[in-house]
Design a protein around this ligand. Structure first.
Ligand code: NAP
Length: 330
């Protein structure tokens, strides 16, 4: 029952259930946690599910707000892949993975607060994800059932920023990030992913964080430098610098907030914001007014999901469909 029981309702046809209950409309449930008939059919495609259907899902707490079931299920249907993607409300990620350990459970997305604990549960971890200390994607390898961990948050954000820079510099064959100054605001999960990704591409990385000790810890771990938020206001980076906000400042409903004063934005060639609700944050609007190229957290979100889909299925994702669904849902 409730949110924990949603998976037994959604996976009922896979395990031979004759029927599962759905409500006619949200608010009309006859028992706690019933999905609507519309969601059962239109999001989860319940009529397609059979004993062979592979199960994927989002491990997190909370998971109810996530857009991932919308986009991954639609993408499975689009390419004719026999899979279902469900929300897994999980308290303890190790217990969860030990329990759901059959080949049926083929892959997982991982979100707050489990990205670090999930890494420790993987049998093998991609080197960049290991350096970051967090995985957001786990795939069960078909040949031996081992769990392989990746971090597509990093690749999603960094590739979006590289594409934004190519718009300025043109393509030169090597990463346009190489040799640039890359300033990350925030030292949490997204901050680490951006900072390691940028360092990996040959950037000089600066970390500015509200809690200075966390900034210092992260900066020291990757050979970068730490700044306080006060120092960031007057920081003069070299030409061509990148600024990446990885805090939740400016996120809905606090959309009038911004992590850095507009005047300071003039020092950057490209400004990225991990926040994607709204897509066009105050930071991005002001950065654009200052002449910077802007890259939205929407791009990071879309690209991490697209890369994740490739890890899950081995097949390229229907990118435009996933982006269209995501835009409509925000
Ligand atoms: P997290 O691990 O909790 O880290 C939060 C960071 O934000 C910390 O550095 C924290 O500073 C800082 N922070 C929070 N509130 C602040 C405030 N009022 N003023 C200044 N700094 C503040 O969270 P996360 O997972 O990294 O997520 C951060 C943001 O990135 C969220 O908005 C999330 O939605 C977004 N995100 C987007 C994507 C995407 O795909 N676009 C992916 C992941 C995350 P302290 O250390 O001082 O507490």
């Amino acid at each position: 029952m409730g949110q924990y029981g949603l998976i037994s309702r959604l996976l009922s046809p896979k395990y031979g259930g004759f029927l599962t209950f759905g409500s006619l409309a949200s608010g009309k449930e006859s028992a706690s946690g019933q999905p609507t008939l519309s969601d059962l059919n239109n999001i989860y495609g319940l009529r397609r599910i059979n004993r062979q259907t592979k199960v994927y899902g989002l491990i997190g707490k909370p998971v109810g707000h996530s857009k991932s079931p919308l986009i991954h299920n639609a993408a499975f249907r689009e390419i004719g892949y026999d899979g279902i993607y469900v929300p897994f409300l999980v308290d303890n990620v190790k217990d969860f993975l030990d329990t759901y350990n059959t080949p049926d459970f083929a892959g997982f997305s991982v979100t707050i607060p489990h990205k670090e604990a999930a890494l420790k549960c993987c049998d093998e971890v991609d080197p960049l994800a290991k350096a970051i200390g967090a995985v957001n994607t786990i795939v069960r390898r078909k040949s031996d059932g081992k769990l392989i961990g990746y971090n597509t948050d990093c690749g999603g954000a960094i590739s979006a920023i590289e594409d934004g820079l190519v718009g300025i510099t043109g393509s030169t064959g090597e990463s346009p990030l190489k040799g640039r100054c890359f300033v990350v605001i925030g030292a949490g999960g997204a901050g680490k992913a951006l900072a390691y990704g940028a360092r990996d591409k040959g950037c000089k990385v600066f970390i500015a964080n509200r809690n200075y000790d966390r900034a210092k810890l992260l900066a020291d771990s990757l050979g970068g430098e730490a700044l306080s938020l006060e120092q960031l206001n007057t920081f003069q980076p070299p030409r061509g610098a990148i600024l990446a906000n990885t805090t939740s400042v400016g996120m809905h409903p606090n959309i009038s907030e911004t992590p850095l004063a507009k005047d300071a934005l003039r020092n950057y060639s490209l400004v990225f914001d991990a926040v994607y609700t709204p897509i066009n944050t105050r930071l991005l609007r002001e950065a654009e007014e200052c002449g910077a190229v802007i890259v939205s957290g929407f791009e990071m979100f879309a690209r991490q999901a697209i890369q994740q889909f490739l890890h899950f299925t081995g097949v390229g994702a229907p990118e435009q469909l996933m982006r269209d669904i995501l835009v409509r849902s925000l």
